[in-house]
Ligand binder design. Sequence first.
Ligand code: ATP
Ligand code: MG
Length: 424
Amino acid sequence: MTEKIKSIRGMPTLLPAELKLWQSVESTVKKILSNYAFQEIRTPLLERTELFQRTIGEQTDVVSKEMYSFLDRKEQSLSLRPEATAGVVRAGIEHGLFHNQTQKFWSMGPMYRYERPQKGRYRQFHQVNMEAFGYEGPGIDAELILLTSRIWRKLGVEDIQLELNSLGTAESRKGYRTILVEYFNDHTDSLDEDSILRLEKNPMRILDSKNPEMADVIHSAPKMNDHLDQESEDHFNGLLEYLDGHRIQYVLNPRLVRGLDYYTKTVFEWTTDKLGAQATVCGGGRYDDLVKQLGGKDVFAIGCAIGFERLVELVELSGKKDQNGHPKIYLVAVGDQAEAKSSELAEMIRDQFEDCVLELNQDGGSFKQQFKRADRAESDIALILGDEEIENDTIGIKLMKEGGDQETISQDKLLESIADKIGA
Ligand code: ATP
Ligand code: MG
């Protein structure tokens, strides 16, 4: 027997049945993004490995353990993107999009990380990303939080909370770094191997450790908030004022450092206790130094990413199903003449009702068989053509869901009657 080829571990295929809800969530999210004046950008799935090393940081889990990197035919190291920001910044610099202007971009698509697959954690997963460039004040930080909060509200997602922190400017972090290294040096017994390595190169990364045995030593570590410079403190207080004004609730979490190196000042995460261990639905923050660091100008920037699998799961748990389902019509036709006519009518209906799903029966079958297919396709309406209808220029129209009323009408009245039944 020929062996079947299986998919790659952690890279699930999204099947039509689950994509219905995905598409409905996608369309809600896109509408809100456009409502806040964000424009779509699409960057390649593959970039030079160096791009991610220089942005996300070599000491992060994402770059040191989770990247899919390989040499291409010219021996150049490429990586599948583990996140979107690096590519968007690269594109912005390359195309001069940051010159004396503000920009708001969104993008949506698959990301790749070599992690241990489990519920809510995959090797190919999807994100919606938003990034805003050229805005200095905390107003844009607030806007991103309001935008994401509107997405939850619109999708009926509850039980989601906002966690906030400020990492300060790169400058102010230097002082804090020294204090933190001193503290961890006094507690090396409680650190794991990874953390000892990080102590030299990137001590703040230790605060991001998920190792439960280190929870205590991390909990008692000195906090960035107590060492913020004036500028960062003012910015953060400005953001809190906006949020208070909009009655957005938040929890201040001094241990929130995020998993990527490029953040400055504001960082935030939306978390939930509904998804078990995979609690973070959305994460982001400012990265005011990144554009310059990649060879561009000094450009203020902030962004965040929503994990799409986790969002869809939350929407499903909230009980809201497919929110913009389209009416479905199934055209039953028995007999050669009926089949020929049905194809003609199907095109006419598709012309008139672009939002409908019209399925034309193919490959014959008895009335009974065709009705069974109409049922399985979860049709709202069945249209019926047989020899008798052809002879009289009529057509049967049957409501499949509400009691199954069936009537026979003249073919001239078909469009009118469909409009009436689907409320178009
Ligand atoms: P986590 O702590 O769960 O690993 P992260 O901090 O690595 O998340 P980010 O890089 O901030 O994640 O990505 C933003 C969002 O993308 C996360 O909040 C999460 O919802 C989603 N996400 C990240 N990694 C995965 C994955 N492997 N599978 C599914 N969703 C993911
Ligand atoms: Mg991660």
